[in-house]
Design a protein around this ligand. Structure first.
Ligand code: UD1
Length: 439
């Protein structure tokens, strides 16, 4: 068995009630979107890797299962992962795991980089719409890999990977990660033009460099000088995963919804510059301190227009929280989704709570109402689920959010952390039919 991270019952729900001003301190954990890639990067080197500040979330458990299916041993102690990678690996990622965690496509690059062969089940679509990997494949082909598909799997081979100029027509996070993890073992120099610049990419670059890779930024390009061999990063207490800016955004939104004053320990302002600007425009008072951020809200928020963009723009992952906040802000906000155009399904759920939202294509027009009204709703993905929780904290009466398992994929004890700030939220374990205090 890989790890002891509890995966919630399929039918668990969160139950929220209108909450008064939030108050206190919340600890922001390690970033989901970084740790999953760092785990994949470990495949590049035989030996013992140690990761610290690893969140207890079910996506990490699934990634552990995937690594174990390849022959890796993973053990967990508190918020650390010890990942023992043997000399030989099974270089196949099976469908039953890939379909549960689409980020697993990032094993393609490291497997090709180290073994010159990989077979990964093709990820299907999800609630955001299709998840194409054409840019991943084109980037890896630039290094000399060739691909074929059969029976729902993609097989890649590369006799030798050779450094080259890789131009990404769009700064895809996953494609940048895959090509980086292959290029570190290619012969010669790779230049990645138009890479993603998200903070999680910076974390991966730092981790790979600690493993012996030679990656640098020249302007907004990434330059990778391939090396013969990589080794686990010097462990000490383990490589510390960066704080999760999306979790931080969730708590900022909760303060925006309920009012109050909360300190977000470990939240990193430079990772969230645009978000902080936008929330300030809406009337939140955010102070950057050494150890985190303090957010204070004393009045009803004002609406603002929102448009998602690759980093350093406003992240698509923040958007559901911003929409929840707009539902009760004064005025009208126009929201434009530029990354995942299908990412509006939760809006039907917000409408069930009395939100006034019109959608057209990849735009949504949100007209703030005085108050939402609690209703049974369903989470269809991690961030949309958390956004419904945030909305529920501002809604009159009870809101029951089905699909807690989606939220558990990316949040460690969301209910417990919110309850610790004074929010009215419990987790209902529906297998037993009993309601339990958040823990
Ligand atoms: C990652 C994040 C996700 C975040 C997204 C954008 C993880 C596990 N997930 O997803 O939370 O919302 O970045 O910041 O880190 N695309 C193609 N072809 C490709 C690759 C992508 O058309 O080969 C398109 C996608 O459909 C999407 C856009 O490019 O419209 C952005 O995708 P990408 O940046 O690759 O996101 P992910 O790495 O999948």
């Amino acid at each position: 068995m890989p790890v002891d991270i509890a995966v919630s019952g399929e039918r668990d729900t969160f139950v929220t009630r209108r909450s008064g001003a939030l108050d206190g301190e919340v600890h922001i954990g390690g970033a989901k979107n970084s740790v999953l890639k760092l785990m994949a990067a470990c495949l590049l080197a035989e030996g013992r890797h140690v990761l610290a500040n690893v969140p207890h979330i079910s996506d990490v458990s699934l990634m552990c299962e995937l690594l174990e299916a390849m022959g890796v041993t993973v053990t967990r102690a508190d918020h650390r992962l010890v990942i023992d990678v043997p000399a030989e690996l099974n270089t196949e990622a099976p469908y039953h795991l890939v379909e549960r965690i689409r980020a697993s496509i990032v094993v393609l690059g490291p497997l090709l980089g180290r073994f010159g062969t990989a077979r990964v089940a093709l990820p299907g679509g999800d609630d955001f719409g299709p998840r194409p990997i054409d840019m991943h494949l084109r980037a890896l082909e630039s290094l000399g890999a060739t691909f074929s598909t059969a029976h729902g799997d993609i097989s890649g081979t590369a006799e030798v990977l050779r450094g080259s100029e890789v131009v990404l027509e769009y700064p895809s996070v996953g494609a940048t990660e895959n090509v980086l993890m292959a290029a570190v073992r290619a012969k010669g120099r790779t230049r990645i033009v138009n890479p993603a610049r998200e903070p999680e990419i910076g974390d991966l670059v730092e981790f790979l460099n600690q493993m012996g890779a030679r990656i640098g930024w020249s302007g907004d390009r990434l330059t990778v000088d391939g090396v013969e061999r990589l080794a686990p990063a010097p462990s000490g207490d383990g490589f510390r995963v960066i704080p999760d800016r999306i979790e931080a955004a969730t708590f900022l939104a909760a303060v925006g919804m309920c009012g109050g004053s909360v300190f977000l320990r470990h939240a990193v302002a430079e990772h969230m510059t645009m978000l902080i600007r936008k929330l300030t425009e809406m009337g939140m008072h955010i102070v950057v301190e050494d150890a985190g951020l303090r957010a204070t809200v004393t009045q009803r928020l004002a609406s603002a227009d929102i448009s998602t963009l690759p980093f350093p723009g406003l992240a698509t992952d923040y958007k559901p929280f911003l929409v929840s906040m707009l539902t009760t802000a004064s005025g009208v906000g126009i929201v434009t989704e530029n990354i995942f155009t299908g990412r509006f399904r939760y809006i039907d759920e917000l409408r069930r709570m009395g939100a006034d939202i019109r959608t057209e294509g990849h735009h949504a027009v949100v007209r703030g109402v005085e108050r939402l009204s609690g209703a049974p709703v369903r989470a269809y993905d991690i961030r949309a689920g958390a956004a419904l929780v945030v909305a529920g904290l501002g809604a009159e009466g009870e809101t029951e959010i089905a699909g807690a398992a989606h939220i558990d994929r990316g949040y460690e004890d969301l209910a417990g952390k919110l309850a610790g700030l004074g929010a009215s939220i419990t987790r209902r374990r529906n297998a037993a039919g009993a309601s339990v205090a958040a823990s």
